[in-house]
Design a protein around this ligand. Sequence first.
Ligand code: ADP
Ligand code: MG
Length: 228
Amino acid sequence: MNSPGVKPVVELKRLTRSFEQGGERIDVLRGVDLAIRPGEIVALLGPSGSGKSTLLQAVGLLEGGFGGEIMIAGHSAEKSNSHARTVLRREHLGFIYQFHHLLPDFNALENVVLPQLVADRPRAEAEARAEELLVALGLGHRLEHRPSQLSGGEQQRVAVARGLANKPDLVLADEPTGNLDEATADRVLGEFLSLVRGEGSAALIATHNERLAQKMDRVVRLHEGVLE
Ligand code: ADP
Ligand code: MG
């Protein structure tokens, strides 16, 4: 599956995760194996409750409690302490959620600038990058609008720009258009994919929409805790 010599941006080996629910143990992930090559766009399909968000949380290094191995750009997550995991996250990963989670008191531009300042990019560069992304997404006339002044599709485009702001090697997107009507979802996803392709980032995109998944390079399906 992987060309020799190319290091995957993420590699999961025998990933497991269980939860306690009402005194019962449920095994959500039962040994997930996955490798994503640089620049590859992968759709993660599976019905609601199949563990898509749980899998993305594992790759996002935001939660513990997983068994197996998680490698990000060749670095083992288990062998990294919490500071090192934060650095891995900041240097390699970008996140886009179903609900935009934009900061309500900041305008569109600032919402895309902030994660870059956190990554120590100088403000002028961060602003230029934010504007470039927002213009590419058709929001050049909305830079100073706050989230509440934007439509759902526009809010989600800002979230896309924010997720890509730090030029991540891998973008993790959890049902990024799940909150939009069908026509808007198609448009935003199309723009998102062409931007990601143009930037050369890889992406892992959870969706339960088969039709949208067909626009990606590869489809993997979560079924009974493993990928097929
Ligand atoms: P999906 O994103 O595919 O809808 P999730 O990953 O959100 O699925 O959830 C998979 C299963 O894990 C569900 O049965 C859910 O109830 C359970 N689950 C997820 N997170 C937790 C948690 N923090 N505590 C208990 N159960 C959880
Ligand atoms: Mg989910």
